[in-house]
Design a protein around this ligand. Structure first.
Ligand SMILES: [Zn+2]
Length: 306
């Protein structure tokens, strides 16, 4: 664990209106904690108009880096320690294939941009399967690792946000990335500019209206405050898409996500039998999502231009 300095008001973003619809009717909905890194308390607010949920007083871009600096933040590490991590790495290879097959069903286009490409496993997998890939990643170490391990050069965010990428792409992917981006609308507009007219965008984000989210409450792992700035539901993703010139045309789910979220949530509530209970809740959540896809723990939203 890395100790973070106590945040001052200049380091945080205090919202007085809804970041999605600008309504003034916002209020506390859930008090939770950064269980994985800083152990600090954070509040999630909800909008009375559009029901968008967001982390209030979240660290500003310049102050958030310490909240990512941990060996336990497995999305950015390659450690094989611990059961949850081992499951995560086995699942990753399976999920790479599932993601590729989903994309190949949606489009025959081969130009792909992955935003928040991390250490480049997905870019590499797609390149090996005939795609012309490009990536955007904020973390310099992750960009360097992608170049070193896979010989793929990835751009820092300003290249995308300032419109410096010239070639249009057929597919844009954000795998558990949008909820981390301070400039949510700036990214959505850049994606609109970069996407070909018949292209598709795939956005995977946690769903706070899922069965496992409602079961675990403040311990739900995918709140992941303050790294997750935004907490989406199918309705608020549709609203964000519409605001930025897109329509949600469908959604899919990855079958392992509810198990991953449930196992981690069990650990956050210090369960002694996290594997058993996490497995049971994960299974219920998966079954609920088959009956009602809008309650999936982490839907993959498929967007097209309006
Ligand atoms: Zn709102």
């Amino acid at each position: 664990m890395v100790k973070t300095e106590k945040l001052t008001s200049t380091d945080t973003i205090h919202y007085t209106t809804c970041p999605l619809c600008s309504a003034k009717d916002i209020a506390l909905t859930l008090a939770t904690e950064d269980y994985s890194i800083s152990k600090e308390d954070f509040e999630i607010y909800a909008c009375g108009n559009c029901n968008f949920h967001f982390t209030q007083n979240a660290p500003a871009p310049m102050a958030i880096a310490p909240y990512y600096k941990s060996d336990v933040y497995i999305s950015h590490s390659d450690t094989k320690e611990g059961l949850v991590n081992r499951l995560y790495h086995t699942a990753r290879d399976l999920m790479l294939k599932k993601k590729r097959r989903l994309i190949q069903k949606l489009t025959s286009g081969k130009r792909l941009l992955d935003i928040g490409s991390g250490t480049g496993y997905f870019l590499n997998h797609m390149q090996q399967n005939g795609f012309s890939v490009s990536g955007v990643e904020i973390d310099g170490d992750a960009r360097a690792a992608t170049l070193k391990n896979f010989n793929i050069k990835v751009n820092p965010p300003p290249t995308l946000l300032d419109g410096q990428l010239s070639e249009k792409v057929d597919v844009i992917t954000l795998w558990h990335v949008l909820e981390h981006l301070h400039d949510m609308d700036g990214y959505m507009q850049s994606m609109h500019r970069q996407l070909s007219d018949d292209g598709v965008v795939l956005i995977a984000v946690p769903n706070h209206t899922s069965y496992d989210a409602q079961h675990y409450g403040k311990h739900w792992a995918a709140y992941d405050v303050p790294r997750h700035l935004w907490h989406f539901s199918p309705k608020t993703v549709a609203r964000l898409a519409d605001k930025n010139g897109f329509t949600v045309v469908g959604h899919k789910r990855l079958p392992l996500d509810p198990f991953y979220n449930s196992l981690l949530s069990e650990q956050y509530q210090s369960s002694k039998l996290s594997l058993i209970f996490g497995g049971i809740i994960g299974l219920i959540s998966l079954l609920v999502s088959y009956v009602n896809p809008s309650r999936s723990t982490s839907p993959i939203y498929i967007l097209k231009k309006k």
